[in-house]
Design a protein around this ligand. Structure first.
Ligand code: HEC
Ligand code: HEC
Length: 341
């Protein structure tokens, strides 16, 4: 008798149990999605399921290289006419940008795009708005040679720096071949890696300190997730890990007017039609420090940038309550600025 029951009902019973289990899960899922994030913070603290992770509090680096790189970063001898250093366009006291719509280089020449912050740039997967450099070292070749940035060359730079016995000694102490272009790039890149910004209030919250964010700021984070900002601005930097088209809904460039070649973005690197108008999704870390916004510097304020994102990236009308909550959340992303003294 028992044998018969087992054989005949085993499959249906199994299926029934599975269905019951799934139904239970579905109920839980629905309960979860209907909770009010402003009152239920435990939800936000399911750290492993968060799409954003905190910046590490310690990144081990050779501190002698960091110090040498810092000196080089601030040295205008890296430019043709000794007028412009990396810090001219990435000032550490201005959020590592120049806060200009477009940067001005050697001879007062105007650049084509807005200078991005280089805080946390070592944690991005590629460099430049169009991602044309794979590494920080490769990126440095850009400004050194660019006619509208530093307009120089390695022989010129090394010729000038070798006049200084201090530089020569420091390079010899750190690099087997002394001062070479690779050594200069390595020192600057090591300094850039030291410019990470841990311990923002949001990171403290992600690490489990619920009181690090006000209820409003937590609601702002929930809006940021629910509205879909997080589908592009995610990972440790809330950006810096993918390319996306600017103008998913509507033609941003036509509406702005005067399209330029720089607006083609990633297309300029790959030549692929699907990459036209695609840009590296920028990091939102320390975002309040780095106006104006976008590769073309077209948004003077953060409110304006968020409104444009809601319209062109999400295809929605910006509601002032949403924008306000999101802005409150974005305000919590300012970290401790290391390497700056
Ligand atoms: C004349 C201004 C200017 C100077 C000088 C300059 N930069 Fe930049 N930097 C920019 C601009 C503008 C961009 C964006 C260019 C682009 O994406 O096409 C940029 C991009 C970068 C990026 C990529 C950041 C990102 O998020 O993609 C890094 C890193 C960087 N610069 C470091 C440096 C270093 C190191 C030096 C000195 C060797 C330097 N820059 C000199 C203006 C400048
Ligand atoms: C479909 C992908 C996508 C979505 C969704 C998205 N963004 Fe963006 N975001 C981008 C891209 C790409 C850029 C760079 C555009 C440019 O400058 O060319 C950007 C730029 C920004 C900037 C300017 C950053 C800077 O340094 O200039 C802010 C601020 C921003 N986004 C916030 C948001 C917010 C808030 C939301 C949700 C309301 C959002 N984004 C939704 C892709 C996206």
């Amino acid at each position: 008798m028992w044998k018969w029951v087992r054989k005949k009902y085993l499959l249906p019973v199994f299926l029934f149990l599975l269905a019951a289990l799934l139904a239970g899960q579905w109920n839980n899922f629905q309960k979860v999605s209907s909770l009010d994030p402003a009152t239920d913070t435990s939800l936000l603290l399911m750290a492993s399921s968060e799409p954003i992770t905190p910046i590490p509090t310690q990144i081990p680096l050779n501190l002698d290289k960091v110090a040498l790189g810092k000196k080089l970063f601030h040295d205008p001898q890296l430019s043709k006419d000794n007028s412009t250093s990396c810090a001219t366009c990435h000032s550490l006291t201005k959020g590592a940008t120049d806060r200009k719509v477009k940067s001005v280089g050697v001879g007062g020449k105007l650049g084509e795009v807005n200078s991005p912050s280089i805080f946390n740039s070592g944690l991005q997967y590629k460099q430049f708005w169009d991602g044309r450099a794979e590494t920080l070292e490769e990126q440095i070749e850009g400004p050194i040679h660019n006619d509208i940035e530093m307009a120089s060359s390695w022989p010129q730079v090394i010729g000038k720096l070798k006049q200084s016995s201090e530089y020569t000694e420091r390079f010899e102490a750190l690099y087997p071949d002394g001062m070479t272009s690779d050594a200069i790039k390595d020192a600057i890149a090591t300094f850039e890696q030291s410019l990470y910004t841990p311990n923002s209030r949001f990171d403290q919250f992600l690490r489990g300190n619920e009181t690090a964010l006000s209820t409003q700021e937590q609601a702002g984070y929930q809006r940021f997730k629910d509205m879909g900002c997080v589908s592009c601005h995610q990972g440790v930097l809330l950006g810096g890990n993918m390319f996306q088209k600017f103008g998913v809904f509507g033609d941003y460039f036509q509406d702005r007017g005067n399209p330029t070649k720089a607006d083609f973005g990633r297309f300029n690197v790959t030549g692929k039609e699907e990459d036209r108008y695609a840009f590296k999704v920028p990091s939102l870390r320390n975002i309040t420090l780095t106006p104006p916004y976008f590769h073309d510097g077209s948004a003077a304020t953060l409110d304006k940038a968020v409104e444009i994102m809601i319209k062109y990236q999400l295809g929605r009308e910006a509601d002032s309550k949403d924008t306000d909550l999101i802005l409150q959340f974005l305000n919590t992303l300012q970290g401790d600025i290391e390497g700056v003294s």
